[in-house]
Write a protein that binds this ligand. Structure first.
Ligand code: PMP
Length: 366
């Protein structure tokens, strides 16, 4: 809905020029197959619902004082502790927030400086330009190489900031850790943020580099591999001096990063490592199957280490294919952007969901 310029006069000038982030659509269609926002096709660990119910129950309220009447723990210590065990990191190297989008906002505020540019790939997560504008930052966009990989020689930004997703979004292409080390070494006075929202599907996390590099921040989420997009839990991992800066920013906004139910559910998810490993592996298997099926239909698929693939057809335009899929309730992501307008980003589904996609694609591509 448009708000009139007359009413917008009451807004700050910054808000008037802000371009809001538009998340992938969440349409309400019958028989919908949603392959557009990289959610997990699997439910979360059953232990998550159990833990949330327990946190709500009378018994838990009396026994452990976890009543919703009380504020949550401002440090979310139980959650940090569960993450610490799973990640094999000390608690002092962990920060948590309401989804990695919020964690990224705190990172931008804490480390990126107004007159020193923040550098990121020209094709990457669309939130980076949104935050840069929000925090009034100068920006340097470095083009991806012709094969859509990150060419580290262009990642030099003394005294500024660097952020990229690994695997990258929306391409799914993974940058090996030795290349990340080059970026870290080339930029000792800039914070380098590796956004690992999709790292659990065959990529390798940069968390093993944290002890060596005092300028590295690794960001992760429970929204993809732990199927908890609805609970909003994101994490950052770094040396304690960087975590301290994030805590300072967080406390100046809101000292309760997570609510009690998110903490309870998050702890249960991190404690159920077997379920996490099994569903992540299933996603990888389904991805390899989908790549093979799409290749047979004449699609070119970029090498993906994510829970989605990025693909284009030799003959049919991405807009046309997306439109025809939509007619039968299958939603995939199409970006109206230079360089990638002919690609589709398709989230990995269950084998049955993917079969429905392939059956429909066979009708579209004759
Ligand atoms: N980073 C990247 C690269 C993403 O694609 C997403 C999901 N849209 C996020 C961060 C944010 O995820 P969340 O806020 O759900 O943790």
């Amino acid at each position: 809905e448009q708000i009139s310029l007359h009413l917008q006069r009451l807004w700050s000038p910054e808000v008037r020029t802000l371009e809001p982030y538009v998340p992938g659509e969440q349409p309400k269609l019958d028989n919908l197959l949603k392959l557009n926002t990289n959610e997990s096709p699997f439910p979360p660990s059953p232990k998550v619902a159990e833990a949330i119910m327990l946190a709500l129950s009378e018994q838990a309220n009396l026994g452990m004082g976890s009543s919703l009447r009380l504020y949550p723990d401002p440090d979310a210590s139980a959650l940090k502790h569960a993450i610490a065990i799973q990640q094999k990191l000390p608690v002092e190297q962990i920060f948590v927030g309401n989804g990695s989008d919020e964690v990224l906002a705190h990172i931008f505020k804490a480390f990126f400086i107004q007159d020193k540019p923040v550098l990121y790939p020209d094709i990457s997560y669309s939130f980076y330009p949104v935050y840069s504008q929000f925090f009034n930052l100068k920006v340097v966009e470095v083009p991806l190489a012709a094969d859509f990989s990150i060419d580290v020689s262009g990642y030099q930004q003394p005294n500024g900031g660097i952020v990229f997703a690994n695997p990258n979004a929306p391409t799914g292409v993974f940058l090996p850790l030795d290349k990340i080390e080059v970026i870290l070494q080339q930029n000792p006075d800039s914070v380098v943020v590796v956004d690992e929202a999709y790292v659990d599907f065959g990529g390798q996390s940069a968390t093993c580099l944290i002890d060596q590099y005092d300028n590295l921040v690794v960001c992760q989420t429970t929204s993809k591999s732990r199927a908890l997009a609805g609970l909003r839990i994101g994490m950052a991992f770094a040396q304690p001096h960087l975590i301290a800066a994030l805590e300072r920013v967080k406390n100046s906004f809101n000292s309760y990063p997570m609510d009690r139910l998110a903490i309870a559910g998050g702890v249960a998810s991190f404690e159920d490592q077997a379920y996490f490993e099994q569903t992540s592996q299933q996603t990888i298997n389904n991805r390899e199957q989908l790549v093979a099926q799409l290749t047979q239909l004449g699609f070119e698929v970029l090498p993906s280490k994510a829970n989605f693939i990025f693909t284009r057809h030799q003959q049919y335009s991405a807009a046309e294919i997306a439109g025809k899929l939509r007619e039968t309730g299958i939603i995939v992501r199409h970006f109206n952007k230079p360089k990638i307008h002919n690609f589709l980003r398709i989230t990995i589904g269950t084998t049955a969901q993917q079969q429905r996609l392939i059956d429909r694609l066979k009708e579209v591509i004759q």
